[in-house]
Design a protein around this ligand. Sequence first.
Ligand code: PLP
Length: 463
Amino acid sequence: MAYDINQLWEQDKAHFVHPFTDFSVFQKEGCDLITDSDGIYVQDAKGNRFIDGIAGLWCVNIGHGRAEIGQVMAEQAQKMAYYSPFNNLSNIPATQLAAKLAELAPDNLNHVFYSCGGSVANDTTIRIIHYYFNQLGKKDKKQIISRRNGYHGTTYVSATLTGIESNNWGFDTAHQFIHHVEEANCYRRPQGMSEADYCDYLVADFESAIQRLGGEEKVAAFIAEPIMGAGGVLVAPEGYHKRMYEVCKRYGMLYISDEVVTAFGRLGHFFASEAVFGIKPDIINCAKGLTSGYIPLGATLLSDEIYAVISKPQCADGVFSTGFTYSGHPVACAVALKNIEIMEREQLCEHVREVGPYLEQQLKTLQDLQIVGDVRGSHFMMGIESVANKETRELLPMEANVGRRIAKECQKRGLIVRPIAHLNVLSPPLIWTHETVDQVVGILRQSILSTIESLITDGYLKS
Ligand code: PLP
């Protein structure tokens, strides 16, 4: 289709309110229009082609441009694009997907509540938990514990669950029932403390927070990402999730695993909570990779125990009054089913378990570079942290914009990586091969070397 790029840029600037955008830069520079995508590549309006190092936004797990997905969308849209899911109405893809998710998830998570994305899934989860404890007659058990630097979305409640301080600058929050404990940051743990002692410390800190908030009577749930994503790609110490889960159970609390990023193959399994971290949460939330980003869909997987309580009528004629016009949208659910079919047919989880360790190992070779302080993550969820001084782990000044500098250098060389402050994130489509990894690590090395030169030139770093 022919289009006028300059006109589109102007229209975008004038009318599209972009999420997570620094408008002062945006007003000056406008946007990059991404116009085409195929496999591991995306292309912009000027015809530049890039390796997609971030799967859109941790989501295009099966890769771009899958004709099968387009076909299933068209077929479902023509057959029956939409009808209400309320009361006793249902549709075939939503029903089949719920059964499939129950089959893939840990064994007692057999009930699916649909939403349109991760934020809404998390928001609704808190609403459901409050309803659950009301049903049990525990009307004071409403406090929720999340973690600093955790990312859980930006609807009102999920934004408060999010513990990244800058995310809520200028916004109000729902802190009357949401609290944060320290995140697990092994790289920045107190100096000289072993990982095992650090784990003990975090678990003790969590337990004292529960007690401070009123213990079993008052505290309802804990929410955590298996690996913290946007908050820094932070892998917790060995055994951390199991121990946090055990504390939850001691206080009659529910454990919510936010698998919006980690589910659907990123760590080599459909769900990571049990397969990687050995826990069976009471609730798992997923979105993103559920449809590989081809269409919005979120899902909250609830345990048999929770369903048994929330499915009882609260009073005569009482209904479970929560849900959305688009809960279980037939087209979105048909896409999710096809996405899962492709993942199973192409054995993408197995592929990630094979290529993931190679990606980790090759990225770690970058640690010989002057500013690469830490390379961390797991499988297809990795982060590179830049520092001014590797001994002291001191950061470069914020205004040096090291993450953005590296991302720009990568872009010049045909690779998109995501800058988050002093971090660069890689969360690629799951179809990267060993050869892609080699190419990407080569580009990263050259890009970081150029960044070091520019930081020295600009006086942010000594040679
Ligand atoms: N939870 C996690 C762990 C996420 O990483 C995200 C988004 O990045 C969300 C929730 C919010 O999902 P959405 O942007 O689909 O609302």
